[in-house]
Write a protein that binds this ligand. Sequence first.
Ligand code: NAX
Ligand code: ADP
Ligand code: K
Length: 519
Amino acid sequence: MQANMDRIPYLLTPEEMGRADELTIYAGTPGSVLMERAGGKVAAAAQQMVPDGGHILILCGPGNNGGDGFVAARQLDGAGFDVSVLLLCDPARLKGDAAQAFQNMQLPWSQLTEESLSLGLGKAGLVIDALFGAGLDRALEGMALKAVKMLRASKTPVLAVDLPSGLNGATGAALGAVFEAVRTVTFYRRKPGHLLEPGRSYCGIVEVVDIGIRDDVLKDINPKTFANEPFLWAAVFPVPGRRAHKYSRGHALVFGGQLQTTGASRLSAMAALRAGSGLVTMAVPPGALSTYAAHLTAIMVRPLKGEDALARALSDDRLSGCLIGPGYGTGSKTSVDVVSVLAQGRATVLDADALTCFEADTQRLFQAISACNTAGWAENAGATPKPAKVVLTPHEGEFKRLFPDLNVNNRLTAARQAAQASGAVVVLKGPDTVIAAPDGRAAINGNAPPWLATAGSGDVLAGLITGFLAQSVPAFEAAAMGVWCHGEAGSIAGAGLIAEDLPAAVQPVIAGLVAERAG
Ligand SMILES: NC(=O)C1=CN([C@@H]2O[C@H](COP(=O)(O)OP(=O)(O)OC[C@H]3O[C@@H](n4cnc5c(N)ncnc54)[C@H](O)[C@@H]3O)[C@@H](O)[C@H]2O)[C@@H](O)CC1
Ligand SMILES: Nc1ncnc2c1ncn2[C@@H]1O[C@H](COP(=O)(O)OP(=O)(O)O)[C@@H](O)[C@H]1O
Ligand SMILES: [K+]
């Protein structure tokens, strides 16, 4: 249990981190010991950043974050570094472990003022930001706010303790002005704000250090937020056995749009095949059949001809995953077709037009999703609600159309609420894509390079997720592995990529994951 928990990429909200501290203190490790270790790790990081014994300026706030700063100051001084400490508040305001750490410091200090800061910045090679961490509950003001501006102007590198001051650790939101760190040392586990933008950009390189909190505390806390990393879903990553045949690896059906917009769904179909789906068929309008056929090789194409064309296309029992939306058109026919697809009860990805077309009638979509989730289950069988079978992949614009009442500025909470409201796994795309399940689990992705922001890249993502769903991967894990593989493929294809480059770049990603599972 301990070994596994070590590797699960949990993220802890500041409240959960507070609970981890509390449980550790309750189990016999005093808070002062945790602070001593935290400050020691900060000091070690600072030493690496100023190896020539340059001057280190330490800004300390009124809470335990400041306490870590006092410990770091004492240890750096002991190691022969030249440090100066500037305190934001009256020392009489310090409490508990922080007050004790201040007393133990036994070093000269000054009040943080414009003069003292400007004097310090004149000689400092590094600033340690120990003003506020997890306890910040409002925007920086007064001298803390001025300090942000003065530091930015001075361009002195900043090492942040736990979080750059000014950030909300739970949401990654800037509460106002924020310190811009080149490196952030955080304790025990990352917080959502280290991965969610703009937080991630303010943190620089994030280093997680051990301060002696045991993983047993996680059993009590039961965190539901994760970094989207392979360990989260490696156990269900599909690897074909020696006796596999193409049908045993799943059969994905990708719906294609009219002649003017065939590219989007073709990119998706290619990605579904690359994700490992044994077969991929495209169901396309008869008038566009020859265009599709001319551009596809390993992917099969069938025309959607006649009244009950859709039902016939879906009637093959071997189909194990569907995708509808890319390039499909936003007319009323799309929503009718989406409802028909969902009525089959198959694992399905809805992307792009298949989301937008429900803007005026989201309840109809949510009812169809609920029917899809329950299809195939006896009325009173198993747990309620049933596991999600549907994945929605909106970018922020599509998300707002479907969930106009949710606040996309808090992406983690918004994605969770959307998953709960819709009964689907929701992939809220962006530089920090959030994957949320109706059961409350959520993962934040961190490996996507900015050159993925290019036309058609979302179509590839939808196809990857469909390919994993078709191989019977549960919806949350399929979505999470799709997003991660998409990010890796983006890095492999590299700067200058276009969406057409991505499916091929998925191949080494899959090969790497398979090798890791085998090894
Ligand atoms: N035992 C523990 O709990 C440990 C805590 N650690 C450190 O403790 C930090 C959390 O400590 P705290 O909970 O004391 O929180 P902070 O040190 O972040 O600050 C909280 C204090 O600042 C005040 N405050 C909040 N926003 C303000 C604003 N905008 N302007 C002025 N004052 C403001 C609060 O009223 C409170 O007094 C972590 O980030 C971490 O650095 C580490 O020492 C490891 C162990
Ligand atoms: N700045 C960024 N950094 C990393 N990934 C990004 C960034 N901007 C967008 N992406 C990713 O690129 C993809 C774009 O998808 P989408 O908006 O649907 O575009 P399209 O419809 O043109 O395919 C998503 O997977 C998204 O997460
Ligand atoms: K800080």
